[in-house]
Write a protein that binds this ligand. Sequence first.
Ligand SMILES: C[S@@+](CC[C@H](N)C(=O)[O-])C[C@H]1O[C@@H](n2cnc3c(N)ncnc32)[C@H](O)[C@@H]1O
Length: 252
Amino acid sequence: MRRIDYDTEQYQDYARGRALSERQQQVWISAFGAVLPERRPLVGLDVGSGTGRFTPALARAFGPVTGVEPSVRMREIAQAQSPHPDVRYLAGSAEDMPVPSASADYALMFLSWHHVPDKPQAVRELARVLRPAGRLLLRANFSDHHPRPWWLEHFHRGFETDAALFQPLHEVIAMFTSDGWRVTGFGTVTEPSVGSRGDMLQRLRLRTLSFFAQLSPDELEAGFRRLEEAVAADPDAPAPVFSEPLLTLERS
Ligand SMILES: C[S@@+](CC[C@H](N)C(=O)[O-])C[C@H]1O[C@@H](n2cnc3c(N)ncnc32)[C@H](O)[C@@H]1O
């Protein structure tokens, strides 16, 4: 995978390209609530919090949250656009979090795991910051449980290229269980549609997905041309939904 430097790419358009409607956010928050303990407040970590897409919603639903994010630019946008009295955004990474040991009840990693260069260190660091029986909510893709978004087929080898960004599920599970964690849940969440296929095309043009950074300029041009032709046939049709994996792990 070509690594994305969020301080030089994507940060200007990320919030727009990946915006969630209130309904979409609610679907995720209720999926997270279903795998978390019922007591409130829960102390949370949003690891790889980006522009703070989820951080204030986590605080409203569960209790105070620390967003940990390595990119200065992404953090600046989160601070400006996603503030909340129970949220703070700190510089850090999954491998090195500026929070005390055993201080959080849960950590969310929403599409940030595949960006982590030193995954064994992240497994240890997540175990350090969570309390015993603390939960990690890993919204990740897996090469063998890949969600197959409808638009990907228009890019040459799109599915293979995108799936290759991610580890297979058993490999991720083994990294955690060999360090004493246990799996408490694996399922999928279906986000409500973003709107029409035309709306989705507008967002995709912003290229705020790591997939696009893996393609050559010719592959990008040809893929967008095919996608535009397909969407032009029925731009107002609802963008098809797909199922997104959520793996929950418990620290021993
Ligand atoms: C696809 S974005 C997801 C952001 C946010 N979780 C969301 O869903 O909008 C991936 C984020 O992971 C961050 N990231 C990169 N390396 C990381 C690391 N080692 N630990 C934690 N986050 C990292 C990036 O800076 C980026 O903000």
